[in-house]
Design a protein around this ligand. Structure first.
Ligand code: SF4
Ligand code: SF4
Ligand code: FES
Length: 324
């Protein structure tokens, strides 16, 4: 079958902006998008730039945008893409600088991974005492580190992240998942764990995630970075790291629901920003807009009927929530 591929091309030496280019190729059964791109490079246009190595969904280097979403080209079937989209459009990973054609600059990705110290900082122990093996340390409780170890550093989650799209400083789903992996390692001391969590409290850290779930959807290895971020947040709250707006939002929300049985938008901002005049002035315009749109309920409104039952449920949930 002869197929038309639309490939986003960009050569920094001659192009000012990227542009789509159509290339036709005879394809066979069972081919992946990567198979086709390699054939295009070999048979149609040797100047096409792309990255690949293992061709087996192991090295993570062939991540790109295929028909609008982030995928590994080596494990994306041409036939399935055609069935689903009726076309094959290929572009580089989004929200990362393009070096040439389908090759992006991953420097910022690696810097962020490096910044979370992706190595084991073992607890201080007497000289010559051996580092415990994972089994000795109790890995049977957590043998897969929630599958975070499966990450192949392909960058697909970062390219798809809606926060990274607007805020390039955001540490991002891959680095946060990596931080969570060490949080789950029983060989790290409690002080190291606390230091790890503390370093991720600031702007661009764990609380900036909007829980859009795109990182989970695109991850080819089922790492579920967003769930890792939720574990980091829970662990922070359990260790009393509650100064950030995100942490205060969660605690305020829970307080209100426990007291009144529902969210009260009139009180919620005070729970998040407190009574500091400067912060209150910052949110005042939003409050005025909400007021005129009828979105601010009576701050002294009554609790919902059956509040006691709800409070009993919350207490029960707290008792059975597993540790992060
Ligand atoms: S869930 Fe959070 S980290 Fe994941 S893509 Fe959305 S904003 Fe980014
Ligand atoms: S978490 Fe998934 S999508 Fe993100 S870099 Fe790792 S393997 Fe790729
Ligand atoms: S070529 Fe290695 S993951 Fe695709």
């Amino acid at each position: 079958m002869r197929l038309t591929f639309t490939i986003q091309r960009f050569n920094p030496e001659v192009d000012s902006i990227p542009h789509p280019e159509e290339i036709r190729l005879d394809v066979g059964r069972g081919m992946t998008v990567l198979d086709a791109l390699i054939r295009i490079k070999q048979e149609c246009d040797g100047s096409l730039a792309l990255r690949y190595s293992c061709r087996s969904a192991i090295c993570g280097s062939c991540a790109m945008t295929i028909n609008g979403s982030e995928k590994l080209a080596c494990r994306t079937s041409l036939r399935k893409e055609l069935e689903r989209h009726g076309r094959i459009m290929v572009a580089p990973l989004r929200n990362l600088p393009v070096i040439k054609d389908l090759v992006v600059d991953m420097a910022s990705f690696w810097e962020k991974i490096h910044d979370v110290h992706p190595w084991l900082v073992a607890a201080v122990r007497p000289a010559r005492a051996p580092v415990p093996t994972l089994t000795e340390a109790g890995d049977h409780l957590n043998p897969q580190f929630h599958n975070v170890d499966a990450c192949i550093m392909c960058g697909a989650c970062v390219a798809a992240c809606t926060v990274h799209e607007v805020s390039k400083g955001f540490v991002g789903p891959a680095a946060l998942a990596k931080a969570d992996r060490f949080l789950s390692d029983p060989r790290e001391s409690t002080s190291v764990t606390r230091a790890r969590l503390s370093s991720l409290q600031d702007e661009n850290g764990m609380w900036d995630c909007t829980r859009c779930n795109f990182c989970v959807e695109v991850c080819p290895k089922d790492v579920k970075p967003m769930e890792a971020i939720i574990r980091l947040r829970r662990a922070s709250l359990e260790r009393g790291l509650t100064k950030t707006g995100g942490a205060r939002h969660i605690l305020g929300f829970t307080d209100l629901v426990e007291q009144q049985g529902r969210l009260n938008e009139a009180i919620m901002p005070l729970k998040v920003v407190g009574f500091a005049p400067r912060d209150l002035m910052r949110i005042l315009p939003l409050g005025i807009k909400m007021f005129f749109k009828g979105k601010i309920p009576n701050p002294l409104g009554h609790a919902i009927p059956g509040l006691r039952n709800l409070q009993a449920l919350i207490r029960r949930a707290r008792r059975i929530t597993p540790p992060a």
